[in-house]
Design a binder for this molecule. Structure first.
Ligand SMILES: [Zn+2]
Ligand SMILES: [Zn+2]
Ligand SMILES: [Zn+2]
Length: 144
């Protein structure tokens, strides 16, 4: 494996969240150009060293995100407010997939699942803002 590919694999392995190609490029401190990053990611995925999924979000549009395959297979949540990834933990859908295999006779090789919505921090911030405006409504300012 070339040094660049090794480095990019290392970036994926040490990342705490899935990374887009641009995110990977940023972590190479721009020592790799975009085309090299894309080619290397493609190579790593072909070799089964990396995995990717495509996620749509209004802020970023449709983007492909990469994770290293050395990490335990897990699923991710993307917050539509702050655009962070939250680790949902180890895969718990495998028993369900086995049932689907048994019911349909297909052989499942891989699956993709991600969730989107509002993260705990953003939910909390939203609740605070809502209760503030509620209070302002309840108690009109004096002297008006
Ligand atoms: Zn959030
Ligand atoms: Zn986003
Ligand atoms: Zn899974």
């Amino acid at each position: 494996m070339t040094r660049t590919r090794k480095k990019i694999l290392e970036i994926l392995e040490t990342a705490e969240t899935p990374l887009s190609a641009l995110g990977v490029e940023a972590r190479t401190l721009s020592s790799c150009d975009t085309a090299t990053v894309y080619r290397s990611l493609h190579y790593l995925e072909e070799q089964g060293l990396a995995d990717s999924f495509v996620l749509f979000c209004r802020e970023h549009g449709t983007e492909r995100y990469y994770v290293a395959n050395s990490a335990k297979h897990r699923h991710w949540f993307h917050c539509e407010v702050c655009h962070r990834f939250v680790d949902l933990g180890e895969c718990r859908v495998e028993p369900l997939l086995s049932q689907m295999e048994a019911a349909t006779g297909v052989r499942i090789r891989s699956h993709t699942l991600y969730a989107t919505g509002t993260c705990a921090d953003c939910l909390h911030a939203g609740q605070q803002a809502a209760s503030r405006s509620h209070q302002e409504g309840e108690y009109p300012r004096q002297g008006e």
